[in-house]
Ligand binder design. Structure first.
Ligand code: NAP
Length: 295
């Protein structure tokens, strides 16, 4: 049996195994399984050993390892280096199992826009957050010809670092930091923070005094819950909303294609992901009802 790993910590809430194993079954890749390999933050060495083992074909990498894994890999793609984060590791069979760090989040983000016929050319976008997902979204938008990007992040130093990298690579894009008042003229507003994720589903990354413009497209990268408070508030304003599940499916589809060399069965992956998320949401709400009952 060969394995594809999901490396990160904690991983209880990941739906990637359901999605990737459905794709492996659909493509009749029988002797390979996609499995969670939860390793606490001090276990980076064990993680690299797991990747180098002969039965490992590759991996997805998630929080907290997306940046810290980078110096331990043999090569990085230009995309991963420029974004500054790795979410997919490929193993080069023709090069003694060399480990290559890649990033499929930018592709997943763009594909989720394209399937809705949203073209990033000339767009003015606000990105809430400045971590790995924000960097992937910013890179993808800038590379596709966005006109202006505003980074809105709690920790200013992190936005400055991301803005410096973007500015060097895309000097033509107008960049601004923490200009919340500019929200009202943005076409696209992206939540790339973890605010609003379960168990804090009643929180929004948008400070209460700001509203999303009615004509904006709002893209919340959070996928659990499927409809966040930020998305609900934007819908109530009349904005168009995209949920994080779409990006999850497309970044996973791209990783599947890189690992297996086969076309990803996107519909099968979307259905498996949706079902796994539904089951998880049901389990979460019954456990919170039990807690309330006890309280
Ligand atoms: P990350 O690198 O750890 O970045 C987290 C970001 O959230 C940082 O900007 C952080 O701000 C901000 N943040 C966290 N808690 C906050 C709070 N209480 N108030 C304000 N800001 C807060 O994580 P990531 O990999 O970029 O992931 C970010 C989100 O995107 C997560 O929800 C993740 O699930 C989602 N995501 C979705 C997909 C998908 O396929 N749909 C793919 C990747 C990521 P500071 O810099 O101030 O700490």
């Amino acid at each position: 049996m060969k394995y594809l790993y999901l490396l990160g910590y904690p991983l209880e809430h990941s739906i990637s195994p359901a999605m990737q194993n459905a794709a492996l079954r659909q493509r009749k890749i029988r002797a390979t399984r996609y499995v969670k390999n939860p390793l606490p933050p001090d276990k980076l060495r064990e993680m690299i050993l797991a990747l180098r083992a002969p039965h490992c074909l590759g991996a997805n990498v998630t929080v907290p390892y997306k940046q810290t894994i980078m110096p331990h890999l043999d090569e990085l793609t230009d995309l991963a280096r420029e974004i500054g984060a790795v979410n997919t590791v490929l193993k080069r069979a023709d090069a003694h199992g060399k480990l290559i760090g890649d990033n499929t989040d930018a592709y997943g983000f763009l594909q989720a826009l394209w399937v809705r016929r949203i073209r990033p050319q000339n767009v003015c976008a606000a990105i809430l957050g400045a971590g790995g997902a924000a960097a992937a979204a910013a890179y993808a938008l800038a590379e596709q010809g966005a006109r202006e990007i505003i980074l809105l992040n709690r920790t200013l130093a992190r936005s400055i670092e991301l803005a410096d990298r973007l500015n060097q690579r895309f000097p033509q894009v107008a960049l601004a930091l923490n200009d919340w008042d500019a929200l009202e003229r943005m076409h696209l507003i992206i939540n790339a923070t973890s605010v609003g994720m379960v168990p804090h589903a009643d929180e929004s990354p948008l400070p209460p005094k700001y509203l999303v413009p009615r004509r904006a497209v709002v893209f919340d990268l959070v996928y659990n819950p499927p409809v966040t408070k930020f998305s609900r508030d934007a819908l109530a304003r009349g904005a168009r909303v995209i949920g994080g599940l779409e990006m999850l499916v497309y970044q996973g589809a791209r990783a599947f294609e890189l690992w297996t060399g086969q076309r990803a069965p996107v519909e099968v992956m979307r259905e498996a992901a949706r079902k796994a998320l539904q089951e998880m949401t049901r389990a979460q709400s019954s456990s919170s009802r039990r807690r309330v009952g006890r309280g």
